[in-house]
Design a protein around this ligand. Structure first.
Ligand code: GLV
Ligand code: MN
Ligand code: MN
Length: 412
């Protein structure tokens, strides 16, 4: 099999997809089910159809593009990632796995290879939590990690129900139909930028993921009492933002003092009401994101945060209500796919390291129903979720080549 990756086409498609954005270039903002996201999806489906793939969508908008194998009833070999992008993001997160996956399939088609197991590219819906507060909507439903009932309770940032938003975007049917039947996948591989600095620092072009860290997130609502910034004296105050400030530092402390460098905690959203210079904040909403490679340690940090909420609430006489949005377990990658990826790295004399994914990915949920693995390529300075996110063309092509060879080996 003589396999070539069309570098020019792949890079041009990454640029083309980045043009579907609600932010000024080089930033990319593409929030799920917005008109921009829908245009990007339509463009993506056209590319898949052009490649002769059979395209279908499910009720949550996951896109499946299948290259039928000679045994269409055999379990599928899957690859893919997401194309939604958080506000002010870059052009590579998720996209490298989707367009790299498509290019891997086209490269295999052109090489004359014919799979026995169908190879299927998937574009997962809403890997990013921006709109509905919870990440990996598509893969959670596909794997059964999110029940249809729980999905129906989700609302977007404007309070509109997920069901209404998805139907408005043209995705009909019931979410009950999204879960994949057991045994659907033989294997699943996701190509992704590392989103951290290790590969670049160690001058390694490839990382083979062994484990995906365990994420959890909370929404915290603090209610104190507002009033005039001049007239209410300090002993009388129940300032919700001061309580939030104390809590934010305690959350940082819960991660810093966990005893392991692997615990991380972030407050990424702090909304202050009413938000006027001469008004005491009466209400604050925080988002809390806590992750670790070790589930018990992550949960210990979560419990510390809960206890701190209680003590700050008592001390400052404010109410603090926290809602657990998700608390997911880590996933281990499948040794057989790790071996296959390693074998093709060696074949092409490409250095690689085993690596832990500290970001979460759709593979975290697909791992519940299939053997999965992930292949990381470096990104400059480890930057991601920012407009200057960058992956070098040679790294993208190398990752795509190893992905293609591994897809071929697994689907033969
Ligand atoms: C995914 O984007 C993450 O936040 O890890
Ligand atoms: Mn992301
Ligand atoms: Mn991603």
């Amino acid at each position: 099999m003589s396999l070539t990756i069309d570098r020019g086409r792949l890079l041009a498609e990454i640029e083309a997809l980045a043009s579907f954005s609600d932010a000024e270039a080089p930033a990319v903002t593409r929030i799920v089910f917005t008109p921009t996201d829908l245009k990007a999806r339509a463009w993506m489906k056209e590319r898949c159809e052009e490649a002769g793939l059979t395209v279908r969508q499910d009720a949550i908008g996951n896109i499946f593009a299948r290259w039928n194998g000679s045994d269409p009833a055999a379990p599928v070999v899957g690859t893919g990632s997401h194309i939604d992008a958080i506000p002010n993001a870059g052009k590579f997160d998720g996209v490298v796995g989707v367009l790299g996956g498509l290019e891997a399939i086209r490269g295999l088609q052109q090489s004359g290879f014919r799979p026995k197991h169908s190879i299927e590219l998937i574009v997962f819906t809403s890997e990013e939590p921006t709109r509905f507060g919870i990440g990996c909507l598509g893969s959670r439903l596909l794997s059964g990690a999110l029940s249809p009932d729980a999905a129906r309770k989700l609302t977007d940032n404007d309070g509109v129900a997920l069901d209404e938003v998805r139907r408005g975007a043209g995705f009909a049917g019931e979410v009950e139909q999204v879960k994949l039947p057991s045994g659907y996948y033989k294997a699943f591989i996701e190509l992704h930028i590392e989103q951290g600095p290790l590969l670049e620092r160690q001058q390694n072009p490839l990382g083979i993921v062994t484990k995906i860290a365990a994420p959890a997130s909370l929404r915290v609502l603090i209610e104190g009492s507002g009033g005039h910034a001049g007239a209410v004296l300090m002993p009388e105050r129940h300032d919700a933002l001061c309580a939030a400030a104390e809590l934010i530092l305690a959350i940082e402390g819960a991660a810093r003092n966990s005893g392991a460098i692997d615990t991380v905690a972030t407050v990424g959203i702090c909304e202050v009401f009413p938000g006027a210079v001469n008004s005491i904040p009466s209400r604050v909403r925080l988002s809390v994101d806590v992750r670790d490679t070790d589930l018990q340690r992550r949960d210990t940090a979560m419990r510390t945060i809960e206890t701190t909420c209680d003590s700050i609430s008592a001390k400052r006489q404010v109410s603090i209500h926290s809602e657990l949005l998700n608390a997911d377990a880590p996933a281990d990658c499948a040794p057989a796919i790790i071996d296959a990826l390693s074998q093709f790295c060696r074949k092409h004399e490409l250095k690689f390291i085993p690596i832990v994914s500290r970001a979460y990915h759709d593979s975290l949920f697909i791992a519940r129903i299939a053997p999965v693995a992930m292949l990381f390529i470096p990104c400059r300075n480890g930057y991601s979720h920012r407009p200057d996110e960058y992956a070098a063309p040679e790294d993208i092509v190398r990752g795509t080549l190893v992905l293609a060879e591994t897809l071929a080996a697994l689907s033969a």
